[in-house]
Write a protein of this length. Structure first.
Length: 243
């Protein structure tokens, strides 16, 4: 499964799997099924009105409006998901991983005319199949992608791991940390693993950098920084015990 790496605003890298073409199709079928059931319901209701033309017109307008604006309203108010997307556990996000702006949702919705309206879905199917990130025309224009809602980054990728034999420390100032500091760092990482709240990682990394008076290389994100500190601390403690 193709993946995309998203860097959060707190400088944490998380790998997500791109939503597959099959998942997108099934999500669309579910959404269409909802409107098919509503259509049957409206037909039954219309027949029961027994020729009340004005009421029937109102039902048609309500149904048409709901059908046209369904995706735009759902994605904007349901954090990038329609009912079908929620069932399939996929969602719309910006290319940088942020929640799309309303203008992006609007562009995706407007280009449904190209993706689905004119070609009956053929354009969306072909473009998504050949695009690098499984994007239909609306996604390409709006700068959005669809991802699975569960991050691929697992606990084993981010949890604190002790320094291995032959390890070379990165930050010599890690020796200045206390056992309580390391316990707190470990707790912050575990909190991030459980909740996905990258803000706690950012706050802890900022606090430690200020406390130790160090800066990190550009390629090292805050999560990696905390992990490295833990390994460096473990290295220096082991060396002290040997001496």
């Amino acid at each position: 499964m193709q993946t995309v790496r998203i860097t959060t605003s707190q400088n944490i890298d998380i790998d997500y799997e791109l939503a597959g073409l099959g998942e997108r199709i099934v999500a669309s079928i579910i959404d269409f099924g909802i409107f098919f059931l509503l259509y049957i319901l409206f037909i039954i209701t219309g027949l029961s009105l027994d020729g009340m033309r004005s009421s029937i017109i109102v039902l048609i307008v309500i149904y048409g409006t709901a059908y046209v604006f369904y995706d735009l309203v759902c994605e904007y108010f349901m954090n990038g998901q329609s009912v079908g997307k929620k069932v399939m556990k996929i969602k719309v996000v910006s290319l940088d991983g942020a929640q799309p702006r309303f203008s992006q949702y609007l562009l995706r919705w407007l280009f449904r005319i190209v993706d689905f309206g004119i070609s009956m879905g053929a354009v969306a199917l072909v473009v998504a199949a050949i695009s690098e990130k499984v994007q239909r025309v609306g996604d390409l224009v709006a700068g959005t992608i669809l991802i699975r809602t569960s991050p691929r980054t697992k606990i084993s990728h981010v949890a604190f791991m002790p320094a291995a034999e032959g390890y070379e420390p990165t930050f010599s100032s890690a020796a200045q940390l206390s056992e309580q500091d390391i316990e707190l760092i470990s707790e912050v990482i575990n909190t991030y693993i459980k909740t996905g709240n990258s803000v706690v990682v950012y706050n802890m990394a900022t606090r430690i950098k200020q406390h130790l008076g160090i800066s990190t290389p550009p390629e090292m994100n805050d999560l990696k920084f905390l992990q490295t500190l833990g390994k460096d601390y473990s290295f220096y403690i082991t060396q002290a015990e040997v001496l």
